[in-house]
Design a protein around this ligand. Structure first.
Ligand code: P6P
Length: 335
């Protein structure tokens, strides 16, 4: 049983040896993410006050170049990871191509690449609703000391060595896994310290919450439509409750605690769905499976999908085991 009130720093040190590549670099990487999370949290929490919601390219009251919060979050995470000289490459939802970090001289033998969605659900910022950051970590597959290549990023989700998210909600939490379960840390803003508040997080096998944008109902496949009607039918423990925040991290986080299913299906208006495989679906699927949940594209494991493009989209169904399996029944029945 993990003792609560442990700081994230203590937890990282104590669990470093359990990580199969424990060279300390991954710990330094998680520490860099911890720092960036605090910086972004500070900006997110004051967003409404210093008018940083404007379009990128304007100037704010201090005459600084005004930046949209997701651009700012992107810059903060990239800058922090670069400064710590731990990774050899970064891919981001905000960057068209991956970024090479000086990995091709004898001084830099960095082994890891990081993929991020720096501010997921950023449209919620303007209306003061929670948002999140998502990160995914791999070991590079090309030789250390050479420039990072696209293939270092186009790895199956099952090859991740760590993944996690920060949720900027009523409190700010960092939730992550290095393959030994999922642990949640809550930021004490007065001290700037993350404390272990949710040890060994697990999806309940059953749940009564379904999260989907029902405004797209008419465009969904028949199997998804039938499953939504199943959730709404008065029978047994149903109807379920509909909860959809418009922020994957927030819906995922609530469903992992209470039980539930999150769905972003493909449709006639989004032929592969909306969510990105590499820096949204894969890290959340890694966490889901580490927490006894399931994540699929409606038919197969997200973590088994062979990526082909940096920003490719896939349909995404994720959450409590029995709920996702029931969805699979409806999807299979209708193929
Ligand atoms: P829609 C945010 O843009 C996001 O990527 C997820 O965080 C969220 O669940 C989804 O898209 C919301 O998309 O089309 O329902 O507004």
């Amino acid at each position: 049983m993990l003792k609560k009130n442990k700081t994230l720093g203590e937890f990282i040190i104590e669990n470093q040896s359990s990580f199969q590549y424990s060279s300390g670099e991954l710990s330094k990487l998680i520490n860099a993410i911890r720092l960036a999370a605090k910086v972004v949290n500070h900006e997110v929490n004051k967003a409404g006050l210093v008018d940083i919601l404007g379009e990128a390219g304007d100037t704010n009251i201090q005459g600084e170049s005004q930046q949209k919060l997701d651009v700012l979050a992107n810059e903060k995470f990239i800058q922090t990871l670069k400064n710590r000289e731990i990774v050899c490459g970064i891919a981001s939802e905000e960057e068209d191509d991956f970024i090479t970090i000086n990995s091709y001289d004898e001084k830099h033998q960095n082994k890891y690449v990081v993929l991020i969605d720096p501010l997921d659900g950023s449209s919620n910022i303007d209306v003061n609703v929670s948002v999140g950051t998502i990160f995914s970590i791999y070991r590079r597959v090309t030789p250390v000391g050479t420039p990072v290549e696209l293939k270092d990023f186009l790895q199956k989700g099952s090859e991740q060595v760590a993944a996690g998210y920060i949720v900027y909600g009523t409190s700010t939490m960092l939730v992550y896994s290095t393959g030994h379960g999922v642990n949640g840390f809550t930021l004490n803003p007065a001290l700037g310290t993350f404390y272990l508040s949710h040890p060994n997080m697990q999806f309940p096998e059953d749940g009564k919450i379904y999260s989907v944008n029902e405004g797209n109902y008419v465009h969904f496949l028949q199997g998804v439509k039938d499953y939504i009607k199943y959730c709404q039918k008065e029978e047994g423990d149903r109807p379920y409750t509909a909860r959809y925040i418009g922020s994957l991290v927030s819906d995922f986080h609530r469903n992992m605690i209470k039980g539930g299913i999150y769905m972003y299906p493909k449709s006639s208006i989004a032929e592969n769905g909306k969510l990105r495989l590499l820096y949204e679906c894969n890290p959340m699927a890694y966490l889901a499976e580490q927490a006894n949940g399931i994540a699929s594209d409606g038919f197969k494991r997200i973590l088994e999908i062979e990526p082909t493009e940096l920003h490719q989209r896939v349909p995404f169904f994720c959450g409590s085991k029995n709920m996702v399996e029931k969805l699979h029944e409806f999807m299979t029945k209708n193929t």
